[in-house]
Design a protein around this ligand. Sequence first.
Ligand SMILES: C[S@@+](CC[C@H](N)C(=O)[O-])C[C@H]1O[C@@H](n2cnc3c(N)ncnc32)[C@H](O)[C@@H]1O
Ligand SMILES: [Zn+2]
Length: 291
Amino acid sequence: MDTLQPFHALCCPLDQQPLLANEQGWSCPQGHQFDRAKQGYVHLLPVQRKRSRDPGDSKDMVQARKRFLEAGYYQPVASTLAQLVHQHLKQAEQDQPAYLDAGCGEGYYLQQFIEHTQNQGTREAGEASCTLLGLDISKWAMQVAARRSRQVQWVVASNAALPAPANSFDVISSVFGFPMYEEFARVLKPHGLLLVIEPGPEHLHELRQIIYPELTEQEAQKEPNRGPFTVASTTPIRFQCLVQSTEHILDLLAMTPHVHRITPEAHARLSGLSELQITVDMRCQLLTLTE
Ligand SMILES: C[S@@+](CC[C@H](N)C(=O)[O-])C[C@H]1O[C@@H](n2cnc3c(N)ncnc32)[C@H](O)[C@@H]1O
Ligand SMILES: [Zn+2]
C-alpha cells in the first residue's frame, strides 16, 4: 500500500451531489462552487451549518498542539494508530481502500500514518493504493494540516455532516475528537473499522493534581453510547514521559479542557515548572457496525 492519494469522492454540502475538481476548487452539477484555499484545503462547511463564527479549535490551540505533538511526546500513540489502520487497510478487499481521520486537527496523526506506510518498504503483490481524507471543523487546523502532505484531501467540514457518499471508507479514526456515530456509520463500508482514541482514567493525572490539588478521587468514567457500533476490542496505550519545558507543559494544558477552567493560581504553579512527568493513559477502541 505504498500509493497514497487524496480522497476524491467528495459531495456538495448543500445538496449531496458529487463534486468535481476544477482549476479553482470543486463544483457540483447545480453550480455550487467551493474554492481551494491557497494552502490546498477546501472549505465545505456552509455558513448556515456553522454554530459559531469560528468553529473548532482556535489558531492558538492549533499552534500549541502542533508544538507539543511535533516534540514527539505522543509518538507511541501515533505509531499504535498507524499500525492498526495499516493492518486493516491491507486486509480490506477493495481495489482502493479509503481512510478518513475525522477531527484530524493539524494533521499530525495522518502524517505519521503516511510515514509509517512509506517505511513499510516495497509494495506487496496485489496490494491496493489507498485514498486519504483529513477533516476538521477548524479552518486554523486545516491551514496547518494542508501544508503537511499533498497525499491527503484536506477539508473544513463537520463530523455531523460528512461531505462523502454512503459506504465510502474502510477505516475512520477519531482521536480525542467528537465522534458522531450515526454519521460515521453512514459513510463507513459494511465491514469497515472505526478507531476511537479516548482518555483512560489515569490520563495526565499529574497535570490534574497540580490544577485541582483538592481533588483526590477520579470520577468513574461512563461508557459512551456508541450508536450503531459495537466495541470489537480495545488496545490500551499506556506510557510515561517527561515533558521537558515550561512551553510544552503549557502547550499540553492548551490541548485539554482544563485550559478553560484553570484558576490563575494553578496556572502560576504550572508556569513555574520546567519539566513534568506525565502518565499517558489512553485506549483505542476498535468498533464495528452492529450486525
Ligand atoms: C482535541 S482536538 C484533537 C485533534 C486531533 N485529532 C489530535 O488528536 O491531534 C479536537 C478537534 O476536533 C475538532 N472538532 C470539533 N468539533 C468538530 C466537529 N463537529 N467536526 C469535526 N471536527 C471537530 C476541533 O477543531 C479539534 O481540531
Ligand atoms: Zn451543490
